[in-house]
Write a protein that binds this ligand. Structure first.
Ligand code: 13P
Length: 277
């Protein structure tokens, strides 16, 4: 089945408001008319309205990097679904490993699930996914194993349980609206991209888990790969049939690099029949 690719740039804690505007305007100029790829920018909260304003009138969508599921109230430091929507977001990233306290590199083996400073875990990810859907936001739900889990053969177990936990209690109709992003923790920000065939295998496993929940509808769902995606590895990744695009950190911070990723996704899958034509 032909699925439209998505290229989502997760800017993480980078870019001041003026820097964010500059990057968004550059991408609007180069990718604003893109129709073959869903282009999504995920700026820091503070820059969301500015970025949304900068890309207004183009095909580029804006997403938040997180939110809190309560509607409003005494939750110091938090931001609601309604607030990010009001700021111009159509979508939201949920359960990024950095928010689950599962960091790559040094911290990888030091910090366990839910023990990091930001406190996301499978339960909060589930609550946030439901709340995002209720608010009419497209959830981009992250999953991925740590290096220690991979080394001990737990990749599929961990990833599948994260996906099933995130979607627990949702209707088939709701699940169909969710985008899954597989981001092996050890590949994030390390320059060590996951082997494309292995990424494809894990994504296929995820699609199989989705099919257990929603049957053939799983074939239409977008599943992304994230972790050191860059212009020099995107073609190989996009050549894999299960990979529907990328959730990109570092390479999304430079307009030319992110544009190269968008172009590669359009070329690989954006054609009339997936032929690139
Ligand atoms: P990098 O592309 O910098 O490895 O980050 C990936 C990521 O975590 C995107 O959410």
């Amino acid at each position: 089945m032909k699925r439209k690719p998505m290229m989502a740039g997760n800017w993480k804690m980078n870019k001041t408001i003026s820097e964010a505007k500059e990057l968004a305007l550059a991408l609007k100029a180069s990718a604003g008319a893109e129709t073959k790829v869903d282009v999504v920018l995920c700026p820091p909260f503070l820059a969301i309205p500015t970025v949304a304003g900068a890309v207004a009138g183009s095909n580029i969508k804006v997403a938040a990097q997180d939110f809190f599921w309560k509607e409003k109230g005494a939750y110091t430091g938090e931001i609601s679904a309604q607030m990010i929507k009001d700021g111009g977001c159509a979508s939201v990233v949920i359960g990024h490993s950095e928010r689950r306290g599962r960091f790559g590199k040094v911290e990888d083996d030091l910090v366990g699930e839910g023990l990091g400073p930001f406190g996301d875990n499978n339960t909060t990810v589930n609550t946030k996914t439901k709340a995002a859907l209720d608010a009419g936001l497209l959830p981009i739900v992250c999953c991925g194993e740590t290096l220690a889990e991979r080394k001990t053969g737990k990749t599929d177990l961990v990833v599948k349980s994260q996906v099933l936990a995130a979607l627990a209690g949702l209707s088939g109709e709701e699940i169909a609206k969710v985008v899954i992003a597989y981001e092996p923790v050890w590949a994030i920000g390390t320059g060590e991209v996951c082997d494309s065939a292995e990424a494809n295998r894990v994504l296929g496993m995820i699609r199989g888990a989705l099919a257990e929940l929603v049957g053939d509808t799983a074939q239409a769902m977008q599943i992304l790969y994230g972790g050191s995606v860059a212009p020099d590895n995107i073609e190989e990744l996009m050549a894999q049939p299960e990979i529907d695009g990328g959730l990109v950190g570092g390479a999304s911070l430079v307009a030319e690099k992110f544009q190269a990723l968008i172009d590669a996704a359009a070329k690989a899958r954006g054609g009339c029949c997936g032929c690139g034509g």
